[in-house]
Design a protein around this ligand. Structure first.
Ligand code: SAH
Length: 219
């Protein structure tokens, strides 16, 4: 299972290169981030039946009513965190299938990811293990609380939308730390960059996006 890292046909390097060209046209300018997208095997993070669509720029279902984020959005969030400061310790909220975690793992020293659906958290753990990605710690729980015992973080990436940024996540940023999160309700979300300064927090709207909601009950 899941040994075909390089991919064939629609999961081949050619399909990935087409995706990278598209992301470049859409404004992803960091060659480092484009290389991460090109070399991370997204087809291994979705159901086999969907693997042939893994290098299209679309969100795809991963079960439990959740989706793997669109490659463009993964690239844009990774790029903004990369370009605004250090990425040593990174907290991800909404690990889902683990694709964004795998991308972050390549540029961060240590990634902490919180996922509220137990089955997804378990699958994420075993998938990262199979791919020999060893610098991601996975926790099943409510990501709105962050991961206090591992704080502070240089960066926080939230992969689900809410009307406001959870306070605990801002509090777990180091000074100079950044957080990126889709803010708003379904159909009206703005990807927003937060930065912790010596004096408080700055906030900058980036672009309109569409994410699944950040949920409050944990199963
Ligand atoms: N980064 C993921 C995107 C997954 S979609 C990927 O690349 O696949 C968003 C995820 O957020 C879902 O898996 C959902 O279960 C999770 N989520 C929603 N609310 C959450 C919460 N309060 N705490 C932690 N995870 C949450």
């Amino acid at each position: 299972m899941m040994t075909d890292r390089s991919g064939i046909g629609l999961t081949s390097q050619r399909a990935r290169n087409r995706l990278v060209d598209l992301l470049r046209e859409m404004g992803i300018s960091s060659e480092e981030v484009l290389e991460l997208i090109s070399s991370t095997p997204r087809h291994l993070f979705v159901d086999e039946a969907l693997a042939s669509r893994a290098y299209e720029n679309n969100a795809l279902p991963i079960g439990f009513g959740q989706t793997i984020s669109q490659p463009y959005v993964v690239a844009a969030m990774t790029q903004v965190l990369r370009e605004t400061g250090p990425l040593d310790r990174v907290l991800e909220i909404g690990g889902g299938c683990g694709y964004q975690s795998a991308v972050l793992a390549r540029i961060a020293s240590q990634v902490y990811t919180v996922e509220r659906i137990a089955a997804l958290a378990n699958r994420l753990r075993s998938r990262l293990h199979e791919l020999r990605i060893a610098n991601v710690r996975v926790r099943h729980g409510d990501g709105r609380l962050g991961w206090a015992s591992q704080a502070p973080f240089d960066a926080v990436l939230v992969a689900a939308a809410a009307p406001t940024m959870p306070k605990a996540l801002l509090e777990q940023l180091s000074i100079g730390g950044r957080a990126v999160m889709p803010i708003g309700r379904q159909g009206d979300q703005m990807l927003t960059l937060f930065r912790r300064t010596e004096d408080g927090f700055e906030e900058q709207p980036l672009q309109r996006v569409s994410f699944v909601p950040l949920l409050d009950n944990v199963d």
